[in-house]
Design a protein around this ligand. Structure first.
Ligand SMILES: [Zn+2]
Length: 67
């Protein structure tokens, strides 16, 4: 599926067994508007290199208000 919008729930990080944080990311489908989510740590590593979290500019500034 191709996401047209992405949110990240920065207010609720989860600590993994490696003491690294991960976040829930929400995606909105570009076709029908359905929403799904995944852990930020589950993203393919090639997409953002070794960064844990993408740059904040990649997300709408109103994002945090949703949570
Ligand atoms: Zn859909």
């Amino acid at each position: 599926m191709q996401a047209q919008r992405v949110w990240i729930n920065r207010r609720s990080p989860v600590y993994t067994e490696n003491h690294r944080r991960k976040w829930q990311e929400f995606y909105e489908c570009g076709n029908c508007g359905c929403v799904w989510w995944a852990w930020s740590s589950d993203r393919p590593p090639s997409e953002f290199g070794d960064r844990q979290v993408p740059p904040r500019d990649d997300f709408p500034s109103s994002l945090d208000d949703l949570f």
